[in-house]
Design a binder for this molecule. Structure first.
Ligand code: NAD
Ligand code: 89V
Length: 335
């Protein structure tokens, strides 16, 4: 049984904690939050895990096989480097880092310590999006030429995550990062991008509406668009809608988790809505299911000495696109 420790017991950690209970071969034996009340609450929910309010103390006193860091980005580098010093494999939530330097430093620290590092980039682990990827990989729609990856809603994200309201870098850092990762996942590496940002909601500090056009190495283009201020009914949060057009056909992931594959004279449809995990609830079930899937992948990688799909090194390419998107929006030029 691999023994895990959690650092950060806030809003999203409840999903991690509940999901770990479904993973064979892993048990959370310690939880830590600098807010002792949050740490105690997580410990009570986590089947007798030991409780800490200081990550250094937890790592010094527990023999852990991995840590799962569920704090916001500014604390990631010191916490990942702490785990690397203790030679403990690390999962780190997204956004991986507030700067590319920090992201590279964490990858280097773990490489030098010889410990695996995975970024909790869970959108790739949503089963409806994996179904889209499988169709692209199968060749059924031919060679992809165009993709649109879209996430537009007006769900109140600020009640659960109040820190987002004051973030000067809001939507690209928080959500665009997932969608840029999906663009890489579906179409391969991006070579160039153009980005336009808008701040539509006057009550938030950062951009809340973003349009990004990407060129991919194989010649395909993708359009990644997302908004936190799109008023519509039914509100599709938190669904990612996808359309990928290839040389033989088109795959669409439509609202309501309808997967449609079609070409000249043929079409088929499938309901790909994920089940609601025992600990979960709609509309969060697709995100909650992906947390279980990525945690299972991490444990399989640790057990079999394999590199996680969303390793720190892989995520450098995604976070690089994030910073290039901000640069393009600021300069008005391609990056
Ligand atoms: P939160 O502020 O509710 O919780 C973070 C917790 O970490 C807080 O309780 C804080 O006290 C604690 N903390 C911070 N620094 C610490 C340190 N050095 N040592 C110990 N504890 C520390 O934040 P949240 O909403 O749970 O988000 C956490 C991260 O998860 C963010 O980066 C967010 O973007 C990400 N997130 C990811 C998803 C997803 O689907 N992948 C969804 C929601 C949030
Ligand atoms: O924090 C996040 O990853 C968010 C969401 C809750 C939609 O996943 O973007």
């Amino acid at each position: 049984m691999l023994k895990g420790g959690i650092i950060g017991c806030g809003f999203f950690a409840a999903n991690h904690l509940a999901a770990w209970q479904l993973i064979d071969g892993a048990a959370i034996v310690a939880v830590c939050d600098q807010d002792p009340a949050r740490a105690r609450a997580a410990g009570a929910a986590g089947d007798g895990a030991r409780v800490f309010d200081d990550a250094a103390t937890m790592l010094a006193s527990e023999a852990l096989d991995f840590v799962d860091i569920i704090t916001t980005a500014p604390s990631h580098r010191p916490l990942v480097e702490l785990a690397a010093r203790h030679r403990v494999p690390v999962i780190c939530q997204k956004p991986f880092a507030p700067t590319l330097d920090d992201a590279r430093a964490m990858v280097d620290a773990c490489a030098q310590a010889g410990v695996p590092l995975m970024v909790h980039e869970n959108f790739r682990w949503q089963s409806p999006l994996m179904a889209v990827k499988n169709i692209v990989s199968s060749g059924e729609i031919g060679e992809p030429a165009y993709a649109r990856i879209s996430f537009r809603h007006a769900y109140d994200i600020y009640t659960n995550q109040p820190y987002l309201k004051t973030e000067p870098q809001l939507a690209i850092m928080d959500l665009g990062i997932h969608l840029l990762d999906l663009a890489r996942y579906f179409l391969g590496e991006a070579t160039r991008l153009h980005c336009r940002t808008q701040r539509v909601n006057p009550a938030v500090a950062g951009e809340d509406c973003v349009t990004i056009l990407l060129d991919h190495a194989g010649g395909a283009v993708s359009l990644v668009d997302f908004s936190f201020f799109t008023k519509l009914e039914p509100d599709p949060f938190p669904q990612t809608l996808v359309r990928i057009e290839g040389t033989k056909g088109t795959v669409e992931l439509l609202a309501g988790y309808h997967l449609r594959v079609s070409g000249p004279g043929w079409s088929r449809e499938e309901d790909v809505e994920p089940a609601v995990p025992a600990f979960g609830a709609k509309p969060w079930h697709n995100i909650q299911e992906s947390v279980v899937n990525i945690q299972r992948h991490w444990i399989e990688c640790l057990q079999n000495d394999r590199e996680p799909a969303t390793s720190g090194a892989d995520n450098l390419k995604t976070i690089d696109l994030v910073f290039r998107a901000y640069e393009s929006a600021a300069t008005g030029r391609a990056s």
